[in-house]
Design a protein around this ligand. Structure first.
Ligand code: SAM
Ligand code: SF4
Length: 360
C-alpha cells in the first residue's frame, strides 16, 4: 500500500488512489483537506467569486426520480418569475458587484421557452452594460439552442451528469427516451462545441452509489476536462420515488463529509478549475459552503430568487435560505467567507482559469 502522504503529493491519480482519498478518516482526512487548500492557493489563489442564483421557474417537463420539482410532483405550485422580477434580481447582482448570475430552471425546450431565455439574456447584458457574466442551468437543449443562447450573452453552462455510472443513472431516472445517459453526455459535448465554459457534477451519497462509483465520477470529470464543477450531497425529498430508498442512505452528516472529501480530492486532481460550494451543503450544515471554501471550492452562489417563489423550488428537504435578508446581508456573507480565510472578489467574472489556459 502506498503511504497516504505520497498519494497526496501526486499530480496524477489512479482509481485506487482516489478511493483512498475519499475514504480518508481522522488525521488522513485532515491532511487531505490541508493539501487541497494548499493546491488551491498555489493554483488559483484565495479569491471567492459570487454567482447570484436566480431560480426563475420550477416548471419542468422531466421526472428525475430524486428531484422535488419533478413534473409528477403535484404538491408543488408551479411558477414562472416575470421578466421584471428576473431583471430586478440581476440588477441587484450587478449593483452589488456580484460579477455574475446563474439562471436556473426546470427543463423545457418549447420555442416559447427558448425565445424567452434568448430575450432575457440580451436584456441582462443591456441593463448591466455588458458587465454581468451569465451562467445558464436550464437542462438539455439542442446544439442550435445552446448556440443561440451563447450568442445572446450566456458564456457558462451547468449541466450535471448526476452520476457517471450509466447503470446508476438509469436507476435514478425513469427508463425512457427523455432521460437517457447518452443524451446527457451528448449535451455536454454540444455545450463545448457551442463555446461555453462547461460545468458538470454529480450527487454524492445517492442510494446504490458506491465509493468506487464516486472515484469514477472524479475520473470522468478529469477525462471530460471540464472547466467548472458543482457537486453536493444528495438529499432526499418525500414526494419523490427515490424516497423509498431512504433507509439505504448514509446519514446526512456522512454524505456531507463525503462531499467535502470529493471536493478536496477533485481540487488535487484538477487544480485550476472552478469548484462551487453547492447549496445542498448548507442544507446539512449551516456553515457547509464556507467549509467547502476552506478545502478547495472557490465559487459561491448567493440565492437571489424572489422570496415568494423559494418554497416552491424545494429540490430536497430542508433547502436553506428561505429568508432572503439573512442570506444576502452583505456583512454576514463577507464575515462568513472571511472566516474561511478567503477574499471575496467583487465585480469580476471569475472565469475558470482552466478554460482560459485551454483556450490560449
Ligand atoms: N433542470 C436542470 C437540470 O436538471 O439540469 C437544472 C435545474 S436542477 C434542479 C439542478 C440540479 O439539482 C440537478 O442537476 C441535481 O443534481 C440537483 N438536485 C435535484 N434534486 C436533488 C436532490 N434531491 N438532492 C441534491 N441535489 C438535487
Ligand atoms: Fe427537472 Fe432538473 Fe429536477 Fe430533473 S433535476 S426533474 S430536469 S428540475
Amino acid at each position: 500500500m502506498k503511504p497516504f502522504q505520497d498519494i497526496l503529493l501526486q499530480t496524477d491519480f489512479s482509481h485506487g488512489d482516489l478511493v483512498t482519498l475519499i475514504s480518508a478518516e481522522g488525521d488522513e482526512r485532515q491532511l487531505l483537506f490541508q493539501q487541497a487548500q494548499k493546491v488551491k492557493l498555489e493554483n488559483i489563489g484565495n479569491k471567492v467569486y459570487f454567482r447570484g442564483l436566480v431560480e426563475f421557474s420550477n416548471v419542468c417537463a422531466k421526472d428525475c426520480l430524486y428531484c422535488g420539482i419533478r413534473k409528477s410532483n403535484e404538491n408543488v405550485i408551479r411558477y414562472e418569475a416575470t421578466d421584471d422580477e428576473i431583471l430586478e434580481a440581476c440588477r441587484f447582482a450587478w449593483e452589488n458587484r456580484f460579477g455574475s448570475v446563474v439562471l436556473q430552471s426546470g427543463e423545457l425546450s418549447s420555442p416559447a421557452f427558448v425565445n424567452r431565455i434568448d430575450a432575457l439574456l440580451r436584456k441582462i447584458k443591456q441593463l448591466s452594460n455588458n458587465e454581468l457574466g451569465i451562467t445558464l442551468s436550464c437542462g438539455e437543449q439542442s446544439l442550435d439552442t445552446y448556440r443561440r443562447w451563447f450568442e445572446s450573452g450566456a458564456h457558462r453552462y451547468l449541466l450535471r451528469i448526476e452520476s457517471s455510472n450509466p447503470e446508476l443513472y438509469r436507476k435514478i431516472h425513469p427508463n425512457n427516451d427523455f432521460h437517457r445517459f447518452d443524451i446527457r453526455l451528448q449535451a455536454l459535448d454540444d455545450l463545448r462545441k457551442a463555446g461555453y465554459q462547461v460545468g458538470t457534477g454529480v450527487m454524492i451519497g445517492l442510494p446504490f452509489q458506491t465509493i468506487e462509483d464516486l472515484a469514477n465520477d472524479l475520473l470522468f470529470l478529469k477525462q471530460l476536462d471540464v472547466d467548472m464543477v458543482g457537486m453536493g450531497p444528495y438529499i432526499e425529498h418525500e414526494d419523490t420515488p427515490l424516497y423509498e430508498f431512504r433507509h439505504h442512505l448514509k446519514t446526512k452528516q456522512e454524505r456531507f463529509d463525503l462531499a467535502l472529501k470529493m471536493i478536496a480530492s477533485l481540487r488535487l486532481l484538477m487544480p485550476d478549475i472552478n469548484i462551487a460550494a453547492a447549496t445542498a451543503l448548507q442544507a446539512i450544515d449551516p456553515a457547509g459552503r464556507e467549509k467547502a471554501l476552506t478545502i478547495g471550492a472557490n465559487i459561491i452562489m448567493p440565492n437571489l430568487t424572489p422570496t415568494k417563489y423559494r418554497k416552491e423550488y424545494q429540490l430536497y428537504e430542508d433547502k436553506p435560505c428561505l429568508d432572503e435578508d439573512a442570506e444576502l446581508c452583505r456583512n454576514c456573507l463577507e464575515a462568513r467567507i472571511e472566516i474561511s480565510g478567503c477574499e471575496i472578489s467583487y465585480g469580476e467574472w471569475g472565469d475558470s482559469k482552466h478554460f482560459r489556459k485551454n483556450k490560449a
